[in-house]
Design a protein around this ligand. Structure first.
Ligand SMILES: NC(=O)c1ccc[n+]([C@@H]2O[C@H](COP(=O)([O-])OP(=O)(O)OC[C@H]3O[C@@H](n4cnc5c(N)ncnc54)[C@H](OP(=O)(O)O)[C@@H]3O)[C@@H](O)[C@H]2O)c1
Length: 297
């Protein structure tokens, strides 16, 4: 009899995301168990409870999924889970809080594809990120910075909060990320003056960049928006756009549905990778980006 595949889904919230439960079930896990209101301090005990109940060779049939909506907490939980492993006892560990790791990965992969069409890469490309204190923005910023892009987090209420965010990224990933204030049209225009890529990852249904604002970005090549709830986060970028020219500009747009399509296939693909691997894997947004990149190449 072959052992069942089991996924333990941890969230610091009141509920595990039904989206993630469906994705895991559709990928093929036999047993899916949600754990809510999980604290960072509880992760280690839960992981060790999972690993010691099965022989080590069944470790690759057991998974820990980490949800929530806080990138920093999710990464801390991944670290805690990894440290709790006792070789040869192991389990898969996969974090995707609010779907953000796979969403940020899909967004940057699709932007990179548009840059490549103009003979460029992410290396040294100036990228401004709006909605920059959110979890999707966090992943997109770190992924792009690790690829050598010149990333700026744009705050909507002053530079302090995005400044703390960039300091955290630098400390954790040794990447250089700038912070700027986009609370006023003049502040946004200063950021956009030399920007070649804008990423909008602000809250759903919020327009953060109008046509007038985009007109202050003369070097813009790509504008990507993850918000699927009208109005679009960036005026002139339709949800289904995937390299569609923005009216009156040389830049192209990448919209939320195009990003969502790659995000969905990336999350499904990483779940399937867990199910097919003979050895336990640890997966975060860097793995999601590698997978998404492969999908869009
Ligand atoms: N297309 C897809 O596949 C997909 C998948 C997942 C998520 N999403 C979308 O991705 C977006 C980001 O989601 P999330 O979970 O990372 O974060 P979120 O909680 O929805 O918020 C994102 C950011 O929006 C900011 N914000 C709020 N008011 C603002 C304003 N007036 N101007 C500029 N920014 C403002 C928030 O700032 P504060 O810190 O001040 O609140 C936060 O930084 C959402 O639109 C979500 O629906 C899309």
């Amino acid at each position: 009899m072959s052992q069942k595949t089991i996924l333990h889904m941890l969230t610091p919230h009141k509920h595990v995301s039904p989206f993630d439960v469906n994705m895991a079930a559709d990928a093929g896990f036999d047993v899916i168990v949600p754990y809510d209101a999980v604290t960072l301090g509880e992760v280690s005990d839960l992981v060790q409870d999972a690993i010691f109940s099965r022989p080590p060779k069944w470790g690759a049939s057991t998974g820990i999924f980490i949800g929530g909506n806080d990138a920093v907490l999710a990464l801390d939980m991944v670290d805690a889970a990894r440290k709790a492993l006792v070789p040869p006892f192991g389990v898969h560990i996969f974090a995707d809080p609010s779907g953000s790791f796979t969403t940020g990965a899909a967004m940057v992969a699709l932007v990179e594809r548009q840059l490549r069409a103009t003979g460029r890469t992410l290396q040294d490309t100036p990228i401004a990120i709006f909605g920059a204190t959110g979890v999707v923005a966090y992943c997109a910023a770190v992924i792009a910075a690790l690829e050598g892009a010149r990333v700026t987090l744009v705050g909507h209420d002053g530079p302090e909060r995005v400044g703390r965010r960039s300091a955290e990224m630098q400390a954790r990933f040794d990447v250089s990320v700038e912070a700027a204030d986009g609370a006023t049209p003049a502040g946004t225009a200063r950021v956009l003056a030399d920007t070649q890529v804008v990423l909008s990852a602000a809250r759903a249904g919020l327009r953060v960049l109008t046509r007038e604002a985009l007109a202050t970005a003369p070097s813009l090549l790509v504008a990507a928006d993850v918000n699927a709830v009208p109005p679009s986060g960036i005026e002139g970028v339709d949800a289904g756009a995937d390299g569609v020219p923005i009216d009156g500009m040389k830049a192209v747009g990448v919209g939320a549905l195009a990003i969502g399509n790659v995000k969905y296939r990336t999350q499904a693909g990483l779940f399937r990778r867990m199910l097919s691997s003979d050895t336990p894997l640890v997966l975060d947004f860097r793995d999601a980006f590698a997978f998404a990149r492969g999908l869009v190449a």
